[in-house]
Design a protein around this ligand. Structure first.
Ligand code: SF4
Length: 306
């Protein structure tokens, strides 16, 4: 399979395009994610024609609306130009399986960025950067992450797997059996988000047929990427997943091995073992005990080795 395509703020991959002519190379992007993703870089401010270097800009509240203005002279308002540029600057991004955006940028910031008061000149609320907001509206289902979150191992890894799942979904042939198979092989991956979301997706899948194929695919995609993936994966849910998977080895493991497996699940639950290590152990047991159903579970390929 081809590497997933991830659209990314160009400064994060080392392009010297920032207001000061510098880059904002991100260590996890260049040393780790570049090995598994193909990058498609963009810079909305350069696309707007603001130049390199350029005067700094900030977000400003004007009558309740968010504007993009020059930091020193707020009468220089780039908002109209920004919206006009953004309409065409999304070319190519619709093909992406993930989006990474630069923290704190008034254009790219995905996590809340300061918005300054027009009269007070001081920040009094926060919102997404203008370009980030545009991307969220245009491509609500593509997994996204703010570069500040890439320093968190758990959030970075969740993003990595979400991108791979999104790519897999986009590559489906769009036949009823493909949706059913997808749901089956991702069962324990999705279970990390809880039993209820998994069941809800199962109900969407249940009635899929030739006559409602388009609607069912759209409903499934919307619910998985637009709702479930917006929630957090918790250790409690992961423990639940591990206990369900362990159930497949009932009757296959001797007393000592059974205890070893359950001790490892406990160790994960108490934070002494990583989830990846637990998955590697379970993947090994799946192979040695030839558990056909488990073998196909994407949980093992997504976390077991990468
Ligand atoms: Fe980086 Fe975005 Fe600023 Fe361009 S506009 S330099 S891509 S943060």
């Amino acid at each position: 399979m081809k590497k997933p395509l991830v659209a990314i703020s160009g400064c994060l991959v080392g392009e010297a395009i920032r207001y000061d002519g510098q880059h904002k190379r991100h260590p996890h992007v260049t040393h780790e994610l570049s090995k598994i993703f193909e990058f498609y870089s963009f810079c909305p401010e350069v696309a707007m024609g603001l130049g390199i270097p350029r005067p700094t800009i900030k977000l400003m509240d004007k009558d309740g609306e968010t504007h993009l203005v020059d930091s020193k002279d707020s009468s220089i308002d780039h908002t109209k130009l920004a919206h006009k540029t953004f309409k065409t600057h999304t070319d190519g991004i619709e093909e992406a399986h993930g989006i990474i955006l630069t923290k704190n940028s008034p254009s790219c910031g995905l996590d809340p960025v300061k918005v300054y008061g027009e009269k007070s000149g001081i920040p009094f609320r926060k919102t997404k950067g203008l370009w980030a907001e545009h991307l969220c509206q245009e491509f609500p289902l593509i997994p996204k992450i703010d570069s500040g979150r890439l320093y968190d191992d758990h959030l970075r890894d969740t993003f990595r797997t979400q991108v791979l799942v999104f790519q897999d979904f986009q590559n489906l042939k769009k036949e009823a059996k493909d949706l059913i198979k997808f749901h089956e092989v991702y069962k324990y991956y999705i279970f990390q988000y809880g039993a209820a979301p998994l069941k809800a997706l199962g109900r969407i899948c249940a009635g899929v047929s030739k006559s409602n194929l388009k609607e069912k695919f759209a409903e499934y995609e919307e619910y998985l990427f637009g709702t479930i993936f917006q929630k957090n994966i918790t250790d409690k849910n992961r423990t639940n997943v591990a206990e369900h998977v362990a159930g497949y080895f009932k009757g296959h493991l001797e007393g000592g091995d059974k205890k070893y497996l359950h001790d490892n699940i406990k160790a994960f639950h108490s934070g002494k073992l990583s989830f990846e290590s637990l998955i590697v152990l379970m993947g090994f047991l799946t192979k040695t005990h030839n558990q056909k159903y488990l073998k196909d579970q994407k949980l093992f390929s997504l976390y077991g080795k990468h």
